[in-house]
Design a protein around this ligand. Structure first.
Ligand code: 6MZ
Length: 477
């Protein structure tokens, strides 16, 4: 599991640092990101260190830890074993809040202006955790990150600077799979203090390197210290937080954002990241457990839960198990997205298409008939290039079905899936798409623009996002 390979080099050779930088400047929409799959590898290490210092027996072996931190190509089956390892580490509400806060800040740092994060509520009585308390911890972490981002000084998009590739890499950290097996780490140890109400910060939020940092380091791109918070130290500059203040973080105090999903109606110049939450049903869950998740999602709509996802090991479970719960989600006004066709499963994909979810994820392994049905359905598709290549669901970037669907005009949105596990960022996914499918800058802009239409945001929020994305793109044109 997790054998280092040269995929990082492969994608590296696909795009230039300049292209990556251009993609980092785009205002982007992320619609398919799993919380625990987006965890910073360093955070897993930190949590283990804390538990070790507390004298606890560690739940993972050295090898399993290396699998998380090194990355690289792994089969889908290995991927799901890796998620079990991550879940074995992230057993406290504090850890869950911390991860949620870091993930929000990482996406903001990557200039994501709207994030639909998804996670599987977990009932773990042995840790005093219910599905509800788990989800509250996630929401608390999101709130804490938003509070911190609101407190950061607003910066116009045009002020954000990326230093040239040959600038000194003061903040460079190499934990990335894109660095092909490098284990070097800057071991940043600064306490970042994520702001009021941070459930996860009680344990001390260490400025572990974000995916943006890792990708930037591997590309020789240095995120500008100019954007760093004034308290950042040379030894551990939290570039994630710093760049976020230059992207969507200008949720100026008083913008009125009240938590995830309550992005304020802000005026010109006030750029905020909006975060919504989807609750995932794990394919290992039976009908009753799936319904519990749906009911929880329905209760938490006022806190920014907008939908339900079906995900998990595609070799496990059957569609009939969850259809009832998904129907209840729909009846409660929740939107539904389904992982479909990550492996060959024609009957299931046909049933999913017939059910007509609001969005689908992946759809890698469709035969010609199903592919035609997908196209005629016009159901927007979340596509995760690196995830699909690394898990061998598709043979290579240029052969990814993005090309065919995009050419056919099918609605598609680029997403990261599991930025921690696959060592990627949304900017990097845009750069890979641009290079692999020879997309001009104007096409990237259009992809970013169109993504707004596929969000589960309300009509008013979509309108606001359209304006925000248009304004930021206009600054780049
Ligand atoms: C299907 C996936 C996935 O929910 O604990 N997950 N499900 N296909 C994928 N492609 C690689 N990647 C992640 O995040 C981790 C969980 O998300 C789902 C799996 O159920 C995994 O356990 P949360 O936050």
């Amino acid at each position: 599991m997790g054998k280092p390979d040269n995929d990082g080099d492969l994608s590296h050779s696909l795009y230039t640092p300049e292209l990556l930088r251009a993609c980092q400047r785009l205002p982007k929409i992320e619609l398919h990101a799993h919380l625990n799959g987006s965890v910073r590898p360093q955070t897993i290490k930190d949590i283990l260190d804390e538990r070790s210092r507390a004298g606890e027996a560690l739940p993972v072996t050295e090898q399993e830890l290396a699998d998380i931190t090194v990355g690289g190509e792994r089969s889908l089956r290995d991927c799901f074993r890796l998620f079990d390892v991550i879940h074995a580490v992230t057993t406290t509400h504090a850890a869950i809040s911390r991860i949620a806060a870091e993930v929000v800040r990482d996406f903001a740092a990557d200039r994501v202006v709207y994030l639909e994060l998804r996670t599987t509520p977990k009932a773990r009585p042995e840790y005093g955790m219910t599905k509800e308390s788990y989800t509250q911890a996630v929401l608390d972490g999101i709130d804490a990150a938003l509070a911190q981002l609101r407190a950061a000084p607003p910066r116009a998009a045009s002020q954000q600077q990326l230093l040239p590739a040959d600038a000194p890499a003061a903040a460079a950290v190499a934990l990335s799979p894109a660095a092909a097996g490098s284990t070097a780490s800057a071991e940043p140890g600064r306490q970042a203090g994520a702001g009021a109400g941070a459930g996860g910060q009680g344990a001390g939020e260490v400025a572990s390197p974000s995916h943006a940092q890792m990708v930037a380091a591997s590309e020789g791109v240095v995120l500008s210290p100019r954007a760093a918070p004034s308290h950042a130290s040379a030894a551990g500059v939290d570039v994630a937080a710093s760049v976020s203040s230059g992207t969507s973080a200008a949720a100026a105090a008083g913008a009125g954002a009240k938590g995830p999903g309550t992005m304020a109606e802000s005026g010109p110049g006030e750029d905020v990241i909006t975060v919504k939450l989807l609750l995932s049903i794990d394919r290992r869950e039976d009908a009753a457990a799936a319904l519990e998740t749906v009911q929880l999602a329905a209760r938490l709509q006022s806190r920014g839960v907008v939908g339900v996802d079906l995900s998990g090991n595609p070799y496990v479970g059957a569609w009939s198990q969850w259809e009832g719960a998904l129907g209840a989600a729909r009846a409660a006004g929740l939107r539904v997205t389904l992982h479909a066709g990550e492996v060959v499963a024609p009957q299931e994909v046909a049933a999913m298409l017939a059910w007509r979810p609001e969005r689908l994820g992946h759809c890698c392994c469709l035969d010609a008939e199903l592919a035609a049905q997908l196209k005629s359905s016009a159901i927007p598709l979340e596509l995760c290039l690196t995830s699909n290549v690394l898990t061998q669901s598709v043979p290579s970037y240029p052969e990814h079905h993005f090309a065919e669907l995009y050419a056919a005009g099918h609605p598609v949105v680029l997403c990261t899936d599991d930025s921690g596990v696959f060592g990627t960022t949304l900017s990097r996914e845009y750069a890979i798409a641009a290079a692999a499918f020879k997309l001009p800058v104007s096409a990237l802009h259009e992809l970013a623009r169109q993504a707004v239409e596929y969000t589960f945001a309300s009509a008013a929020e979509k309108e606001r996002l359209r304006r925000l994305v248009a304004r930021e793109l206009a600054e780049l044109e």
